[in-house]
Design a protein around this ligand. Structure first.
Ligand code: CU
Length: 291
């Protein structure tokens, strides 16, 4: 027993050391506050929007403590019943079948619990679904198996591009690339601004998700869904398609770069030139060649 505990500890320590050494040598940015999951992480990906903060509070501050209290209470009741009312301890059982007070209590208390949960839950839903006046609108189209983004003309855009996962050979860990998450063309949005994402799909149902922003919305063919976020910190934030959409479902990451207002304006200028020359869908062309 002692040996197995020791070896587990050693295994964990070795694993942690290896992970740290790996991170140090490869330069992979596993810093706290990263917009992606990190090795050995507990809990949720860091929140950078008021909605994600709200979700974290709802889960960690309300739901989880409630679950723990209820589980411990039920476990305690079970143990009490087993000890107090087993055949040895209680040879002549009571014939009682109804107890009005108890029945009222076990009906009313769960109702109170549900109401306590419903109030912040509906408030959160309301905040997620009521989109404030948007500073920037971006249209996202889920495709098999990548994402396309369009920036409307009236906001200094007027271009669109495809965003495909970087293949293994192009991943440069020293430059901060992440396997299965980094893409060729990132979505760029300004910090501290309300960004409205209009989400749809071209073929099958996908799901546009960025955990750090607290957004998750289905991309449906023939339907335009909307969601929004206001990122309060610059950085790279990653998400993944979260609807089983086909064979490359796991390889259509979402990469959002949140930058300063000036950097955003500069990027708009560059992107307009860079993507103007591109055909409507380079990736579509590439895929049709491959088939
Ligand atoms: Cu998908």
């Amino acid at each position: 027993m002692r040996f197995s505990v020791g070896s587990t500890d050693r295994g964990l320590a070795l694993g942690a050391a290896a992970a740290l050494a790996g991170a140090a040598t490869t330069g992979q940015a596993f810093a706290a506050g990263a917009g992606h999951s990190t090795p050995g992480q507990m809990g949720m990906q860091d929140a950078v929007t008021p909605i994600a903060d709200y979700i974290h509070w709802f889960h960690n501050g309300l739901l989880l403590p409630m679950c723990i209290v209820i589980s411990v209470f039920v476990l305690g009741l079970l143990v009490y019943v087993m000890m107090r009312f087993n055949e040895k301890a209680n040879p002549t059982p009571s014939k009682l079948t109804h107890h009005t007070g108890l029945e009222v209590a076990w009906t009313v208390i769960p109702i109170v619990i549900l109401v306590v949960l419903a109030i912040p839950s509906f408030d959160l839903l309301n905040k997620q679904l009521r989109i404030p006046a948007a500073d920037v609108t971006v249209k996202v189209t889920g495709k098999q198996w990548y994402w396309s983004y369009e920036y409307p003309k009236d906001q200094g855009g007027g271009f669109g591009f495809d965003s495909l996962m970087k293949p293994e050979k192009d991943i440069d860990l020293a430059k901060g690339d992440l396997r299965l998450l980094s893409v060729d063309n990132e979505v760029v949005v300004p910090v501290g601004k309300v960004v409205r994402m209009q989400v749809t799909a071209a073929d099958v149902i996908h799901s546009f998700v960025v955990p750090s922003f607290g957004i998750k919305i289905d991309a449906m063919p023939g339907r335009l869904n909307e969601t929004w976020f206001k990122a309060e910190r610059e950085g790279m934030y990653y998400g993944q398609c979260s609807k089983i959409c086909g064979k490359d479902h796991a390889y259509m990451p979402i990469a959002v770069r949140v930058v300063s207002e000036q950097a955003y304006t500069a990027w708009l200028g560059e992107a307009k030139k860079k993507f103007a020359a591109m055909p409507a869908s380079v990736a579509d062309a590439a895929l049709s060649l491959r088939q």
